[in-house]
Write a protein that binds this ligand. Structure first.
Ligand SMILES: *[C@@H]1O[C@H](CO)[C@@H](O)[C@H](O)[C@H]1NC(C)=O
Ligand SMILES: [Ca+2]
Ligand SMILES: [Ca+2]
Length: 368
């Protein structure tokens, strides 16, 4: 079954920029992709449903295990599960300039630049990994939305011919995204793939609700967009990237993105054509890794492109919406079509979307 995989992960990357693909002409950009026809977001939006309850194959008992209340038990009772958790760093609260007045994509609502205050919080230093997600699933029996739907979106360049040949549908505006039956976090490129050799890579094919379920099981939560962006900037003011304004200072790569021509050729000059193990590139000033690149990261905010310039205190985004904000770009981002590996950049997906370049990390206000 195909759901409303956002026009946005797609248009988010092809809209308003030169489209390199001849099959992706301007006249097609506005067309609803096959399968996302009419984008039946209303019917298919599962955001309002408690993930613990919605996942019918999960027993009530195991659903309770990843509810917040159930985690209010002594740390020792969590045993090995807890040691599996990501290390966190304290991000001291403060004021920062959120967004930019020189947006790469004005329609994304990257601007205007505005003063925002966020309180102190702890943040996972890394994206949640396959191993960590496995420990959550082991402990709770959680079943992800992609597993329930029976498919997820995979970048064509990663698929074997066997899998590709079974697919007849594609997304017109972004033909490199293919809905693959049986693709989910354990089988990132479909049934003939697995994660055995990438336990420390970011978990992929997780929906927003899946990410929320993981974080609340870990007694954490998703970051707000403001927290995420404050953290991304690592204490630097008005810079493009977590480390400054130069993409490759001293010729060094600071993030896992795409080198070469998208979507035909990825030279892997940074060492990786797919995801990399978390923490393979230098940390930012706050000790956070892969804030841009590797996997996109879900935030808790609903999507909206209009922002007040009034000074904001712990903004949490609009009260409702149809899409959630994701930040940081991924290993698929190249300046030519998806210049979104910047702290101010943002994109969106419906909460039930999942794909081979979208993951998350958690934050917490608790003492660590
Ligand atoms: C999950 O459970 C399986 C089967 O019991 C075990 O082999 C594996 O080590 C566990 N993984 C994690 C990360 O807890
Ligand atoms: Ca790369
Ligand atoms: Ca990332």
């Amino acid at each position: 079954m195909l759901r409303c995989f956002a026009l946005f992960i797609i248009f988010g990357c092809v809209n308003k920029v030169t489209c390199l693909q001849s099959s992706c002409g301007a006249e097609q950009e506005g067309a609803a992709p096959q399968g996302a026809a009419g984008c039946g977001c209303g019917n298919l939006n599962r955001a309002a449903v408690d993930p613990a309850v919605e996942h019918g194959t999960v027993s009530v008992d195991s659903a309770v295990k990843y509810s917040k209340g159930a985690n209010e038990r002594p740390p020792e009772a969590q045993g090995g599960e807890r040691t599996m958790q990501s290390q966190m760093v304290l991000i001291s609260g403060g004021e920062f300039l959120m967004g930019t007045d020189n947006p790469g994509f004005p329609a994304d609502g990257e601007g205007p630049q505005r003063v925002v205050h966020v309180d102190s919080f702890n943040m996972d230093i890394q994206e949640v990994t396959n191993r960590q997600f496995q420990s959550f699933v082991n402990a709770t029996g959680y079943v992800t939305e992609a597993e329930k739907f029976g498919d997820s979106f995979v970048f064509e360049g990663l698929l074997t011919d066997t899998v590709k040949n079974q697919i007849t549908q594609a997304v017109a505006a972004a033909p490199w995204w293919l809905p693959v039956k049986g693709a989910h976090w354990r089988h990132p490129e479909g049934p003939d793939s697995n994660i055995a050799d990438r336990p420390d890579h970011p978990v992929l094919h997780v929906s927003w609700a899946d990410a929320v379920a993981y974080c609340s099981w870990a007694n954490k939560r998703l970051p707000t967009e403001a927290e995420w962006e404050y953290a991304c900037r690592g204490g630097l003011k008005d810079r493009l990237y977590p480390w400054g304004n130069k993409l490759n200072p001293n010729g060094q790569h600071y993030a896992n993105i795409w080198q070469g021509d998208f979507p035909g050729h990825n030279s892997g000059e940074d060492g990786y054509i797919k995801t990399s193990p978390v923490m393979s590139f230098p940390a930012n000033g706050f000790g956070l890794y892969d804030m841009v690149g590797n996997a996109w990261e879900w935030t808790s905010d609903w999507w909206n492109v209009h922002h007040t310039t009034d000074r904001q205190h712990n903004p949490k985004g609009p009260p409702s919406g149809t899409d959630k904000v994701k930040k940081g770009g991924s290993y698929m981002c190249h300046k030519s079509y998806c210049y979104r590996y910047r702290c101010a950049a943002r994109s969106q997906n419906t909460p039930d979307s999942s794909a081979s370049n979208l993951g998350f990390r958690c934050v917490s206000q608790e003492q660590q």
